[in-house]
Design a protein around this ligand. Structure first.
Ligand SMILES: Cc1cc2nc3c(=O)[nH]c(=O)nc-3n(C[C@H](O)[C@H](O)[C@H](O)COP(=O)(O)O)c2cc1C
Length: 173
């Protein structure tokens, strides 16, 4: 699958089969996450890789109903912003850098036939606190998002292309 095809055909997958995800695939997904741009090349993220179903269920409990996909996921990755590495003059860029890493991992997984869904965490304070407590994170690590991964239970096909002409402005607003 080429990059354009991966971008155009990706869609969220929320139910997964029992097929495990290999260590090699996890490594490739993480490498994709670390391959995106980051402000001043700060690479101000960290990743917690979770395969233990009990921990995945605790993460689902912590984020509430929208995080139900974690209950059948074979892998969860908690993307955190690493405030120690963030750009000193504008540390808030960590949020953008984390989002880029998350999307890169999603697209990489999709290209390998692995489904995923982004589970929003930051800036919802209760979720950030709950994940921080669950993983006993130091204050420098801020939970940004959770990505649930697994081979799709059913084939998932994105049926429509999302081009919206009303969002596009030529030369001026
Ligand atoms: C920041 C962000 C937070 C999201 N949070 C959740 C979530 O908590 N639970 C969920 O099932 N999907 C979540 N999603 C997935 C969106 O619902 C999904 O991307 C959107 O409906 C478009 O569908 P698609 O991904 O299939 O194109 C989130 C996506 C983003 C970008």
């Amino acid at each position: 699958m080429d990059a354009i095809q991966a971008i155009m055909t990706r869609c969220s997958v929320r139910e997964y089969s029992d097929r495990p995800i290999s260590d090699e695939a996890v490594r490739t997904i993480l490498e994709a996450g670390m391959s995106g741009p980051s402000c001043v090349n700060a690479r101000d993220w960290s990743f917690i890789v979770i395969r233990n179903p009990e921990t995945l269920a605790k993460m689902a409990d912590a984020n509430g109903r929208p995080a139900e996909p974690l209950r059948t996921a074979k892998l969860g990755i908690l993307v955190c912003g690493d405030l120690e590495r963030a750009f000193r003059h504008a540390p808030e860029y960590w949020v953008i850098d984390g989002a880029i890493a998350a999307q890169n991992m999603i697209l990489c997984a999709h290209a390998m036939g692995i489904g995923s869904v982004w589970l929003g965490t930051w800036p919802q304070v209760s979720r950030v606190q709950a994940q921080s407590e669950l993983f006993q994170l130091p204050e420098t690590q801020v939970p940004h998002s959770i990505i649930a991964f697994g081979y799709p239970k059913e084939p998932v096909i994105r049926e429509t292309l999302p081009f919206e002409a009303s969002c596009v402005h030529e030369e001026k607003w």
